[in-house]
Design a protein around this ligand. Sequence first.
Ligand SMILES: Cc1ncc(COP(=O)(O)O)c(C=O)c1O
Length: 286
Amino acid sequence: MNIPGSDVYLNGEWLPRGEARVSAFDRGFIFGDGIYEVIPVYNRKPFLMDRHLERMVDNLAKVKIPDPHGGVEGWAKLVQALVDRQAFENQKLYIQITRGAAPRLHSFPDKAEPTVFMFTDEMMILSDERAKEGFKGVTMPDFRWLRGDIKSISLLAAVLGSEHARQHDATELIFIREGIVTEGASSNVLICKDGQLSSPVTDRRILPGVTVSLAEEVAAKVGMPVEHRDIAEGELRAADEVMITSSGKEIVAIVSLDGKPVGDGKSGPAFAKLWDGYREASGVRG
Ligand SMILES: Cc1ncc(COP(=O)(O)O)c(C=O)c1O
């Protein structure tokens, strides 16, 4: 199949997209037995790379897949090699590692080589004007497993949630577990009420997001430290501002939730500060 885009990395080889192949017995394909990472790249420099690679190496340890590149330094070289081969200045770089191909048995195989797949796509940078207009969000009960801290490639819940959002013309789906906000289908959540920024507790229910960690640093610098606590569904709906963060979407103002305006229905001052801080740190403006 001809798949448009730049060359990909697969198990030590650089290949045109349409020529990259893995075994149908790869445990990623059969069980979703693998983890992934997404790193934004600005002006050809992987952004906050160490944080992403540290989380990825940590994820490999959590799911007991042996690290085929021996830690952050080995991965960093490979990431830069991939970035350097591409034409775009700003990129969204994807890394996937599975437990490899083996006869189909749920428990770990005795012998399997991890599969490593990496590619990068062009990253579009929103203009300040468009970002400040904000986007729509919708909510749904969180029906995912209880290891949201693992960036697992088993993403069926995120796929169904994101499609639900798309059907409602929304940019992101926010999950709510037993009345408490957890995170977006592929993002973390921040709310602002009376000038106080809050974000859910970072425990096993959610992914410790790299973007939200930067947003917190920006917020602290401008005198708006983020508190981590359980956020009730009612607080989400009554917030002055709702934001989501991710490496791909950066920082997004959610100005309507389930068809109702958030605050006054416009992006607010907390978003403006976080957006500016993020753009400054990334070194890129749209
Ligand atoms: C479920 C989930 N939460 C949070 C995030 C945000 O993480 P990061 O900011 O590190 O991209 C993602 C990113 O894909 C995600 O899938």
